[in-house]
Design a protein around this ligand. Sequence first.
Ligand SMILES: Nc1ncnc2c1ncn2[C@@H]1O[C@H](COP(=O)(O)OP(=O)(O)OP(=O)(O)O)[C@@H](O)[C@H]1O
Ligand SMILES: [Mg+2]
Length: 258
Amino acid sequence: MIQINELTKVYKLTKKQMMEKKTKKNMVKAVDKLSLTARPGEIYGLLGPNGAGKTTALRCIASLLKPTQGNIKVKGYDTVEDSQSVRKTIGFLTNEIKLDPQFSPRYMFGFFGRLHGLDERVIEERREELFDYFGIKDFQDKKIEELSSGMKQKASLAVSLVHNPEVIIFDEPTSGLDIITARNVTDYLKHLRDEGRTVIISTHIMTEAEKLCDRIGIIINGVLVLEGTLTEILDRTNTKDLEDAFFELYKIHNKEEE
Ligand SMILES: Nc1ncnc2c1ncn2[C@@H]1O[C@H](COP(=O)(O)OP(=O)(O)OP(=O)(O)O)[C@@H](O)[C@H]1O
Ligand SMILES: [Mg+2]
C-alpha cells in the first residue's frame, strides 16, 4: 500500500539552472498537493507529459527525495521518518540511476542481493529466474558499458527485483525496450499484481496505461487532475479513448497554469 497525502515538492534552482531554464523564478513546484492511494493487488499508472512531475513523485515515494510538504506512507512506513524500512520494502526503477559501467549484470545482481541481506543460494535462484525471464543470460557477463540501452534497462529491472519487493515503483519501465521485451515487463508486472503486490508506474504511453493499469492518475503541471479506472476517466471526460481524454484535460489544465 502506498498512501500519498498532499505531497508538494519544490526544487530550488541554482543560478545556472535558472539560466538554462530561461526563468527568473528560483523555485520550481514540481508536484503540487498530490494525494493518492495505490493498493495491494493493483497497478496504478501515473500518466502525464514531460515535466509533469512523475519522476519527482516516484522518487519521493521511494524515499530518495524529501517532500517539501505533505507525507507518504509505504506499507505504513513514513518515507522520511522510516526511510530504511521503506527501502527494504520497495523495488525502484528509474532510467536516471546508472549501474556501474565497469561491472557485469551478474555481478551487480549479486552485489544488490547481498546488500539486501540475501544469501548466495537465494541470489542464485532469483538470478536464474529473472535473467531467464528477461533474456539477460546472453550478456550477463559483459560489462555494463558494452551493453545497448535496452540491455541496460533489462539488467536494471532484474536488479531492482532481486529482493522480491512487496511494493514496486517503476519509472517508465518499458522505455527503450523492444515490443517483445516490453511485453515481458508488463506481463511480469501483472504477475506481481496478481500475487498481491502494490505496483505504481509512470508512463506517457497511452496504450500502456490503457492496457496495463487498473487505475490511472493523470498529472499535469504537478497536479493530479483526474483519477480513476479507464472507464471512469472516459465517462468523466465524455471521450472514447484515453488519448482524447488526456487532450481534453490538457486543454483545460494547461491554460490554468499560464
Ligand atoms: N533536480 C532538479 N532540480 C530542479 N528542477 C528539477 C529537478 N528535477 C526535476 N525538476 C523539474 O521539476 C519538474 C518535474 O520534473 P519530473 O522529472 O518530475 O517530470 P516527469 O513527469 O518525470 O517528466 P518526463 O516525462 O520528462 O520524465 C520539471 O519542471 C523539471 O524541470
Ligand atoms: Mg520522468
